[in-house]
Design a binder for this molecule. Structure first.
Ligand SMILES: C[S@@+](CC[C@H](N)C(=O)[O-])C[C@H]1O[C@@H](n2cnc3c(N)ncnc32)[C@H](O)[C@@H]1O
Length: 230
């Protein structure tokens, strides 16, 4: 019997490397002119993940599309791409950068109503939160003061649950998340996201992003990989 997995031979056995190099100069050079903050990952990192875990023609999703790194790189590699982004000015920026991508202006917490087509990969860097001194809510693009670390983790896990329902057999979820030092306290954000999302989708492992100069306040930066059939 033929299955979807048979159409994507070998994908279920693919793993990302344990370490990848990353250049802070490259990250800064890729910053969009209109960007008011640093994006979290480079085109080289997105290329590595998309080439390793998808096939040409696959649909790649980024529910926190930002300035569109995932979507633009997916297009360049012959994949289709769909993204969700809350801020209208960033949606406009992505549409200019990746005209072939489908970009939805909306809230990833309503992903189930926004994206219904099967995806081969969800690659995203969610907006970050520290466990202390952080009243601003990352999931409203920091525009409200109702931030709560445990609620934030629960909402990310709920988005992962929707992603689980969208992934085709052999598909992956990859999240770029850092641990962060803020006002004398280190938030184990990466471990906490791995634990919260790992309850929904089995955690496959982490790739350590080896920056030549660590982005400000990060103590470690990771690609966390999850796969339903791991
Ligand atoms: C870390 S950035 C992603 C950067 C992206 N990887 C890039 O390279 O451009 C996170 C993005 O999520 C967006 N965002 C925050 N809350 C959201 C929500 N509830 N739904 C959709 N997007 C949201 C923010 O506006 C921000 O652009």
């Amino acid at each position: 019997m033929s299955t979807d997995t048979d159409n994507h031979p070998g994908i279920e056995a693919r793993l990302l490397p344990l370490h990848v190099p990353a250049s802070i100069a490259e990250l800064r050079a890729e910053r969009r002119a209109e960007a008011d903050e640093e994006v979290h990952f480079t085109e080289a990192l997105a290329t590595l993940v998309i080439e390793s875990l998808t096939e040409p023609g696959d649909l790649v999703l980024d529910p926190f599309a930002g300035f569109g790194t995932t979507l633009a790189v997916a297009q360049q590699l012959g994949r289709r791409s769909v993204g969700v982004e809350l801020l209208p000015e960033r949606v406009r920026s992505i549409r200019a950068r990746a005209p072939g991508a489908s970009v939805i202006e909306g809230d990833a917490r309503g992903l189930h109503a926004l994206v219904t087509e099967p995806i081969g990969l969800c690659l995203s860097s969610p907006p970050y939160m520290t466990a202390n001194a952080h009243p601003r809510n990352p999931l409203t693009a920091y525009e409200t003061l109702d931030g709560d670390y445990e609620a934030y983790l629960r909402e990310l896990a709920a988005i992962a649950e929707t992603v689980r329902g969208l992934l085709r057999p052999g598909g992956h979820l990859v999240l770029n998340v850092a641990n962060i030092r803020h006002r004398g306290h280190t938030s184990t954000l990466a471990w906490d996201v791995a634990r919260a999302v790992g309850r929904i989708l089995p955690f496959v492992g982490e790739t350590v992003i080896c920056w030549d100069s660590m982005p400000q306040d990060f103590t470690g930066d990771y690609l966390l990989t999850f796969r339903p059939d791991a």
